[in-house]
Design a protein around this ligand. Sequence first.
Ligand SMILES: Nc1nc2c(c(=O)[nH]1)N[C@H]1C(S)=C(S)[C@@H](COP(=O)(O)O)O[C@H]1N2
Ligand SMILES: [Mo]
Length: 224
Amino acid sequence: MGASEGADDPHGDVNAKLIQAKEKWAEEGRALTGSTSDPRYNRLPPGQRLTKDFPVLDLGIQPNLAQKEWSLSVAGMVANPLRWDWAALMDQPQVSYRNDIHCVTTWSRYDNQWRGVAFTTLLAAAKPLPSAKFLMVKSFDGYSTNVPLADVDRDDVFLAHTWQDKPLDRDHGGPVRLVVPHLYFWKSAKWIRHITFMDRDQPGYWEARGYHMRGNPWKEQRYG
Ligand SMILES: Nc1nc2c(c(=O)[nH]1)N[C@H]1C(S)=C(S)[C@@H](COP(=O)(O)O)O[C@H]1N2
Ligand SMILES: [Mo]
């Protein structure tokens, strides 16, 4: 399968080797332990190992966006389609978060300190219609990922612009990324650009390549 297939716009060289490796893992069910766990008792989900650094994972394209070049548009099944630029994002209530990150490639990182805007603030502004059940999130590098509305209509989901008291680095998705901490980190779209609300689930970039449609780490929903 072509490495840039499914991307919004062709950006040249993606990290084809890494993408092929990850597709192969999905085929083989790599890293599956066959156990499930409960976040109330186990902080570390099954099959994960702790890391202290913050690895960078993406398609090999890292959009270089100034704050004033960034904006997020919201469309589809919403009563109020909208577009937030940097100033509009800053006008929203700003919230601090602390969470753990779980990447499907088996690293987890505890105690990330963030600032951003609650996703519930965006939902209140965009007003999803009753028919809206899933989101497709698209990014400036052509990446996409799908997520159930119920998984982002939660107080722990947010649009992040600050990590450990500093502006979010470009390689981690700055100026603005999505953070959905209770799902595998591939759902947390970096350089977020657009959200479409849908009545049906559609696969995003990795989901079309064998990754799970939901991606709950405690159920090891890595693939399929
Ligand atoms: N726009 C975009 N977002 C993305 C990705 C990507 O390639 N492009 N990769 C995903 C994957 S697979 C992971 S594990 C995390 C990695 O985030 P990090 O580089 O900040 O650790 O970003 C996710 N969000
Ligand atoms: Mo990932």
